[in-house]
Write a protein that binds this ligand. Structure first.
Ligand code: HEM
Length: 200
């Protein structure tokens, strides 16, 4: 449920800080995972559209794909700060931060590759068929994207980054076995064992 104000375990109620809003704390779940679908889907759609123009006649798909790249950049403009705010708080030198840095670099590379694709295709955006060179560049971009997504998945599902093991209303001291949450309600740099090992 959306929380308009931050209810601290101490009972104090205060306004959310900007960082907490960007993290998605008022929503009760990370905002990064919420927004990343847009650039991911758009980048893959651009490549699919261009391939489609080579196998059949779709006169407007090149134009649609060109604007989808701009849409992917708009989605990334939200995905990047929500990812960076989490990355910033991770313990320097930790395995999680190293994995997140690799993820970050791959996502930035994807952006750079699609920027090249956009520059190449913009003057030809009204033509009916995609150029093979754009398809090659976009295939490289989708490859770096997919590896980056894989690392993001490893971070969340294997390394338990930002997985809460206590409920918001549950005080941290409720159970001696309870582990502090990774970010929501606690510092992101808190070392966390893989999900399931410590959660009651
Ligand atoms: C460049 C700056 C970025 C940084 C620093 C960053 C950082 C992170 C971090 C720390 C996580 C762990 C989970 C979390 O904190 O919510 C994560 C997960 C993830 N990121 Fe990023 N990210 C960035 C950009 C992106 C972009 C642009 C995309 C999409 C194109 C993306 C897709 C993902 C995905 C799919 C996950 C896994 C989420 C899940 O399955 O719950 N990230 N990222």
């Amino acid at each position: 449920m959306i929380q308009l104000r931050n209810h601290l375990p101490s009972g104090e109620v205060r306004n959310w800080k900007l960082r907490e809003i960007v993290e998605g704390q008022p929503l009760g779940h990370p905002s990064h995972a919420l927004v990343v679908h847009f650039p991911v889907a758009y980048y893959i759609a651009v490549l699919s559209f261009d391939i489609m123009t080579r196998v059949a006649t779709f006169p407007t798909l090149v134009l649609a794909g060109t604007f989808l790249i701009i849409g992917a950049f708009a989605g990334s403009a939200i995905a990047v700060p929500t990812g960076l705010v989490d990355w910033w708080q991770m313990a320097k030198g930790s395995a999680k931060r190293r994995k997140a840095t690799q993820h970050l670099l791959l996502q930035l590379t994807t952006f750079g590759v699609f920027l090249v694709a956009l520059i190449l295709r913009w003057p030809h955006r009204h033509q009916a068929q995609a150029s093979i060179s754009w398809i090659v560049v976009e295939a490289i971009g989708v490859s770096t994207l997919v590896v980056g997504q894989y690392l993001g998945g490893i971070l969340v599902y294997q390394m338990a980054m930002r997985v809460r093991t206590t409920r918001r209303s549950e005080p941290r001291s409720a159970s001696p076995a309870a582990t502090p949450p990774a970010t929501l309600g606690g510092p992101a740099s808190t070392p966390m064992p893989p999900a399931g090992e410590s959660a009651p």
